[in-house]
Design a protein around this ligand. Structure first.
Ligand SMILES: NC(=O)c1ccc[n+]([C@@H]2O[C@H](COP(=O)([O-])OP(=O)(O)OC[C@H]3O[C@@H](n4cnc5c(N)ncnc54)[C@H](OP(=O)(O)O)[C@@H]3O)[C@@H](O)[C@H]2O)c1
Length: 381
């Protein structure tokens, strides 16, 4: 050992010991935080009103979901208690089940396990009770909208949030299929795509939950619509009003001669260069989707939008990702479109509450034709 080493070794040992303590402290802190932010189920007292709900206490595949008895919620002064008649499944649900992209966990969803043990957002049902400050709704009203925990017999929702009266011409199943998918299509085309009458609009993934609404909404905005889907869905997409169809199993729209004012991308299967080729010089590409289950990674479907953000200062076309926001105002817009017969939900399959895992497994395959609906209480009208 040299003289220098002999002098510094106690200091080095001291530093290593403190580094060790720091690592232990960080791991311990992380574990406590993860435990504290994990899901906890409140026990039901004997005789307390209860209901069936889909719950999950760890991340994983749809197998982690269980139907359990949980406390029936009680509305506070500003809430309505809704008896759920139907709910619908969205790719968002599998992101919550898997806890992916992982960045979601750090953003408050729960690091080690889900913070909120309940699943589902889209629902339609009947108001059973209202809080004392609620004036917009009364018991018996038929409503639809979005509330976390929709895969359950009851939900409580604030009356001023995304809950509106159900159009009389819709069944509960149809109304439950609307919120996330139709609002995404509406906000993507109207607010991000700025679609104007006569513009050429391409919907990539025209036969899925968002796509079937998007074709109809783009038509209602006066656009000339091209729907991209597979051979088996050509008739469906044509029946929704698409003016032109591209069968993606035979043709790549990014290699054709047509140029579009707006592309709504529900699939995420094309490189940005492909979108740029298919857009007019001032065209807009609205990216809403991409990345299937088990494809979450750290940032998952955010990789392409980040590339688009970096590219945007250097090009005339606009390409960006957006996240839809469930609003009362837009549910009313959609309700009016459906009341007027301009938009009709497309329902692919229905499942019972106990079959939510099957419904999600089906959606995960990425080939739904319209929406997948959960029937929570029978006698749907
Ligand atoms: N940003 C947001 O706020 C937001 C909101 C809602 C949804 N999303 C995302 O948007 C995406 C779509 O959602 P969704 O509810 O519509 O999903 P979905 O119902 O599962 O849509 C699947 C559809 O995509 C079609 N498809 C698959 N591969 C295709 C391809 N190569 N070209 C064209 N179509 C193809 C399928 O048709 P075939 O069977 O013919 O293949 C199927 O009809 C998801 O990634 C979801 O996470 C984002």
């Amino acid at each position: 050992m040299t003289q220098r080493n002999a002098e510094t070794s106690p200091r080095r040992k001291f530093r290593i010991r403190w580094l060790f303590y720091l690592i232990i402290l960080l791991i311990g802190g992380f574990a406590i935080y993860a435990w504290a932010t994990g899901a906890r189920q409140e026990p039901i007292e004997t005789g307390e009103p209860h209901m069936k709900a889909v719950v999950y206490n760890r991340y994983g595949s749809p197998d982690v979901l269980e139907v359990r008895d949980v406390k029936k919620p009680v509305p506070d002064d500003d809430e309505v208690l809704i008896k759920v008649r139907a709910a619908s499944v969205n790719p968002l649900d599998w992101h919550f089940i898997e806890g992916t992209p992982y960045i979601m966990r750090a953003m408050g969803v729960g690091l080690r396990k889900p913070k909120v043990p309940r699943l589902g957002v889209d629902m339609a049902g009947q108001v059973e009770a209202v809080g004392k400050n609620v004036t917009q709704f009364k018991p018996g009203d038929e409503v639809f909208g979005g509330k976390t925990g929709a895969f359950a017999e009851y939900v409580c929702a604030r009356a001023d949030r995304a809950i509106v009266l159900k159009p009389a011409n819709l069944t509960f199943e149809q109304a439950a299929s609307v919120p996330i998918a139709a609002i995404t299509a509406l906000q993507g085309l109207r607010d991000k795509g700025h679609v104007k009458p006569g513009q050429k609009v391409l919907i990539n993934g025209a036969s899925g939950g968002v796509g079937t609404f998007a074709v109809q909404i783009a038509k209602s905005l006066g656009a000339e619509v091209t729907g991209v889907c597979s051979t088996r869905n050509l008739d469906l997409v044509r029946s929704l009003g698409a003016d032109h169809l591209i069968d993606y199993t035979k043709e790549d729209f990014t290699k054709g001669n047509e140029r579009y004012d707006v592309i709504l991308d529900n699939v995420g299967n094309q490189p940005l260069s492909g979108f740029r080729r298919a857009l007019k010089p001032n065209g807009i590409c609205v990216m809403i989707g991409g990345g299937g289950p088990n494809d979450g990674g750290l940032i998952g479907p955010m990789a392409r939008p980040i590339q688009a953000l970096l590219l945007s200062p250097f090009i005339s076309q606009k390409m960006s990702m957006f996240f839809a926001e469930l609003t009362k105002a837009d549910l009313i817009v959609l309700g009016n479109l459906m009341q007027a017969g301009k938009v009709t939900p497309v329902i692919d399959r229905t499942y019972q509450l106990s079959q939510v895992p099957e419904a999600i497994r089906y959606l995960e395959k990425g080939h739904a034709r319209g929406k997948v609906v959960i029937i929570v209480a029978q006698n749907n009208r």
